[in-house]
Design a protein around this ligand. Structure first.
Ligand code: C5P
Length: 231
């Protein structure tokens, strides 16, 4: 497996713990994901730490608000110099377009290239039953494809989706659309709260551009070995 395609989720809440994982993993992994847990506890400092290790950042804050607020948030995260950030596709097309506009304007102003922007489709922890509970009667597969079309039509670069939908997305949306899949579990590992999972190898074979993996690596006794064992 091409290890450059692995994104490790640093779901910890102190800089000390972040640095511990980066000491171990930065020789093996090129991109690290900062999510709500680390960003809300440590803020932009968590991003600077990863830059110090000369690694790329996926800032996974899943914006979902009115278009104007998301546009301004997109400006701010563009300023942080991240490689990827994401917004919730359920925020609608106008919100996604405004995220793109805010990011483009800020990148132009700073003379830098803009981050890749992804639309989060249906969370990998959600199954068809939960979808019905929130009033969506399509299957997760149908809903993800609907959102994929909306994301692409809004001009974003790609989608966050389950590996189980990656094949259909690739078939319908073409090669020029990034597919990032969390919810990957190496053979024999616990699913925890994830539902629509696949192994990292399966996810890549089906058409994912990047896979996101968190606890199976970060909570392992030997995190580097889990990455090495991915083949
Ligand atoms: O520990 P685990 O491998 O389940 O971590 C997956 C990571 O991907 C978490 O940081 C989670 O927030 C994120 N994520 C996800 N499903 C999405 C989008 C992001 O699990 N649809």
């Amino acid at each position: 497996m091409n290890k450059d395609k692995i994104i490790v989720a640093l779901d910890v809440d102190t800089i000390k713990e972040e640095e511990r994982l980066l000491d171990i993993l930065s020789p093996h992994v090129k991109i690290f994901k900062v999510g709500m847990e680390l960003f809300y506890s440590c803020g932009p400092k968590a991003i600077d730490v990863i830059k110090r290790y000369d690694r790329e950042i996926f800032l996974d804050l899943k914006f979902h608000d009115i278009p104007n607020t998301v546009k301004n948030a997109a400006r701010l995260v563009t300023r942080l110099g991240v490689f990827i950030f994401d917004v919730h596709a359920h925020g609608g097309s106008d919100m996604m377009k405004q995220a793109l506009e805010g990011s483009e304007e800020e990148a132009d102003r700073l003379g830098i290239s803009r981050p890749r922007i992804l639309g989060v489709s249906v969370l990998t922890s959600i199954g068809d039953h939960e979808l019905q509970q929130i009033g969506i009667n399509s299957s997760s597969q149908e809903q993800v494809l609907n959102l994929a079309r909306l994301i692409k039509g809004s001009g974003l670069d790609g989608i966050v989706a389950s590996p189980q939908e990656a094949g259909e997305i690739r078939k319908n949306m073409g090669e020029d659309f990034l597919i990032v899949t969390p919810g990957v579990r190496p053979e024999g590992m616990q699913k925890q709260d994830q539902k629509r999972t696949a192994t990292p190898e399966e996810a890549m074979k089906i058409g994912a551009d990047y896979i996101v993996i968190g606890r199976p690596v970060t909570r392992a006794k030997d995190p580097a070995k889990v990455i090495d064992d991915l083949g």
